[in-house]
Design a protein around this ligand. Sequence first.
Ligand code: PGU
Length: 410
Amino acid sequence: MIQRNTGFSNLTAGYLFPEVARRRREYASKHPEASIISLGIGNTTEPLSKHIATAMSEYALGLATPEGYSGYGDEQGNSKLRERIAEVFYKGMADASEVFISDGAKCDISRIQTLFGKNVKVAVQDPAYPVYVDGSVVVGAAGKNNGTGYEGITYLPCTPENDFFPDLSKIEPDTLIYFCSPNNPTGATATKAQLKTLVDFANKNGCIIIYDAAYFAFIRNPELPKTIFEIEGARTCAIEVNSFSKPAGFTGVRLGWTIVPNELKFADGSSVNRDWNRVMTTLFNGASNIVQAGGLAALDEQGLKDMKDSVDYYLENGRLIKSTLDGENFKKIGVEVYFTGNGPYVWAKFPGYESWEIFDLILDKCHVVTTPGSGFGPAGESFVRFSSFGHRKDIEEACERLSKLVLEKK
Ligand code: PGU
C-alpha cells in the first residue's frame, strides 16, 4: 500500500480554525438556547462594495456573450491588474513583471513552500498565523513536534517583553523567515527601523523573508511601512504575500497577489522570480477572471475609497473591543490588552490562565467565540485573540456581555 506523507503524521493537532469551529458546534448543540457571537476567525462580514460587485457581475454577464467571453487567462494574472497593483501599492518599488495574481495569500503561502522544498530551515514569529508552521510540516521542512514545537523550526518569541519584535540572533544563516506585519495575532506592526534590521540581517545571512502583508490596509499610522519594499535592500531578500480578502471583503471571493523581485536569487545564483513563474504556470491556472475584474474595480478611485471605509468600520469594532477589555472587571484580574489600531486583532493576556481555558470560559459565560493564543505558537499561551470582524450590533452585544464577565484572579 502507499505510505502516508509523513508530514501529515507529524502534525500534532488539526488546523486551528476548524478546531475552534468544532468546539463552538459542540457547545451550541449542548446549549441550543445560546446565541453565540463569533470574534474568532478573522472572516469579513460586511457586504461587498456595490461598485466592486457590479464590476464582477457585469463581467460575469459578459461571459455569456461572444464579445465578452474569455477562457483561461495568463496564469500570472491579468496584465492590467498586475500593472495597477504595481502602480497603486508599490509606486516604483516593484513592477508588473514581479506581481503574480492568485486566489489568495493562504494559497500562495502553500505554493511558496513547494518553491523551497523540504531541506530549507524555517524561522517563524511566535505567535504566528499557523499556516507557516503547519505548511512547513506538510512539505517536510519541519519534523516531529517535540513538545515545545516542531523540529526544524526556529520559533522567535514576539511578546510584550520584546515589544513584539524578535531576537534575530536566534536565526541561523540560510533560513526562510516568515514575518507578518501587521501581525496576526498580536497586531504588532513593524516600524521602518525594525524592518531595516530584519532586511539587513537577511541580506547578510543569506536568508529569504516571506513577508505576509495581508493586513496592510489596516495601517493608519503614516510612519509605518505598508510593504517591505519600502525598506532599502528588501529586493534582494524578500517575497511579499498579499490579499484582497480583508480590505475588499474577498475572503470568499478569493483574490491575492505575491511580489517576487527580479533581483532575488537562490544560492546557485538562479532567479527566484523565474521559479515562481514556473510554480504559478504549472501548479496554478490563474485567478478567476470574474474576480480579477472585481480586483481592478477595487483599485480605481471609488474602489479604493470603499475599501478604506470597510477597513475603518472593522478598526472601530477593534477599538470597541479594546475599550471593553480595558474595563475594571478585566483590570482586576491583571488582563493585559494589546491593540495597535493598525490591525484587526485585539490580543489579550490572562495571567495564570491557559488559552483554551479562557476560550472555554468566555464561550460558556458570554457565548462569545475567541481564538486561543496557544494555537498560534508556544509564546501565545495564556493569550486569546479577539477578531474585530463582525456586524457592529454583534460587536456591541459581545462587548456588553464581556463587560459583565467576572473571573477569578489567579
Ligand atoms: N495571511 C494572514 C496573516 C492571515 O491572517 C490570513 C487569514 C491569510 C493570510 C489568508 O488570506 P487569504 O488571502 O484569504 O487566503 N487569517 C484568518 C483566517 C484563517 C485562515 O485559515 O486563513 C484568521 O482568522 O487568522
